[in-house]
Design a protein around this ligand. Structure first.
Ligand code: SAM
Ligand code: DTB
Ligand code: SF4
Length: 337
């Protein structure tokens, strides 16, 4: 008898995605093997999976606003907003709701479908969450998706955000569990996983990724992606940040990551989390157009758009629009668009 399965035994695409592609049991040796593939083989594999799950020419567009800037108690070694470091930054209190909504309107006019509001807190106070909920409601009323990143949350705060209509909560693992203490000592990896669990349980979409180029090893990068992919449900949105080296922060002087390793990281993220939006996040200002094009080929299908990230520069909007035109990319992928 032939060893080949009959047509009925061959899993159809839907089954393949459910039972084969979307896994939560990735092992280090498998992920290292992916990273170690010849570049063309890795990109072909990642792009094939990308096409099976998404329109490869559609990129979701998010804009960022820092709604509370600097004076943060935490010691995240990459971050200019920590009060412990000497970055050139003017601290600012939590913004009034109307200003935030005005800024969201501008981002919408420029073409963003999601508005992400970031606050430099270890964790918010309840009265802060109240004001953030008003921001979320104001931004949603414009017809935009909302995302906030406020640090660690309590159960009640998570519930209040969900009830306020928040679409996404961003909370990054940042790096592997092993490398974590080299970068941050004021809160644990488990603290982050606990907040992510609360967000997931509350029914808010999870935006969770990390930063590469902080001096971590190949194994750390593989382990970060494994942590993300082995969560009980994959984050809906996975921001992959390249460290933006800001003068005055401890990570200034880190060895700059080989761009090809960054592209491999995007490709491996796409393979491990086939149905997630992989966001080409911080660090694009230091990337060539060609590098970004390869990231889009490898499976990135979301960006931060607008001249500023939270406190550092992002490519000018005109430049991004021209790049999309040159690559035949268009914006899309929002649940409201
Ligand atoms: N304070 C909150 C927190 O840490 O959860 C929210 C804001 S914090 C700035 C959001 C994320 O931005 C961090 O987790 C980190 O991944 C990213 N980030 C901050 N500074 C960065 C830098 N210099 N380069 C790349 N990513 C950075
Ligand atoms: C994410 O993963 N990257 C964004 C967003 N989530 C909040 C922040 C990047 C910040 C880069 C440094 C800065 O501009 O301060
Ligand atoms: Fe504070 Fe967030 Fe920056 Fe860490 S990453 S120092 S928690 S603003």
């Amino acid at each position: 008898m032939s060893a080949n399965p009959t047509i009925d035994q061959v899993p159809q695409k839907e089954q393949l995605n459910t039972f084969v592609s979307v896994r939560h049991d990735w092992q280090l040796d498998e992920v290292q093997a992916l990273y170690g593939l010849p570049f063309n083989d890795l990109l072909f594999k990642a792009h094939t999976i990308h096409r099976e799950n998404f329109n490869p020419n559609e990129v979701q567009i998010s804009s960022l606003l820092s709604i509370k800037t600097g004076s943060c108690s935490e010691d995240c070694g990459y971050c200019p907003q920590s009060a412990r470091y000497d970055a050139d930054l003017t601290p600012e209190a939590l913004m009034p709701v109307e200003e935030v909504v005005k800024s969201a309107q501008l981002a919408k006019d420029q073409g963003a479908s999601r508005f992400c509001m970031g606050a430099a807190w270890r964790s918010p106070k309840d009265k802060d969450v109240k004001r953030v909920v008003e921001m979320v409601q104001g931004v949603k009323a414009l017809g935009m998706e909302t995302c906030v990143t406020l640090g660690m949350l309590s159960d009640d705060q998570t519930k209040a955000l969900k009830e306020g209509g928040l679409d996404y909560y961003n909370h990054n693992l940042d790096t592997s569990e092993d490398y974590y203490s080299e970068v941050i000592t004021t809160r644990t990896y488990q603290d982050r996983l606990d907040t992510l669990g609360r967000v997931r349980d509350a029914g808010i979409n999870v935006c969770c990724g990390g930063i590469v180029g902080m001096g971590e090893s190949d194994t750390d990068r593989a382990n970060l992606l494994i942590e993300l992919a082995n969560l009980s449900k994959h984050p809906e949105s996975v921001p992959v940040n390249m460290l933006v080296q800001v003068e005055g922060t401890p990570l200034v002087g880190s060895e700059v990551l080989d761009p090809l390793v960054f592209i491999r990281t995007i490709a491996v993220a796409r393979i491990l989390m086939p149905e997630s939006r992989v966001r080409l996040s911080a660090g694009r200002n230091e990337m060539s157009d060609e590098m970004q094009a390869l990231c889009f080929f490898a499976g990135a299908n979301s960006i931060f758009y607008g001249d500023k990230l939270l406190t550092t520069d992002n490519p000018m909007s005109n430049h991004d629009l021209a790049l999309f035109e040159r690559l035949g990319l268009h914006s899309g992928g929002s649940s409201y668009a």
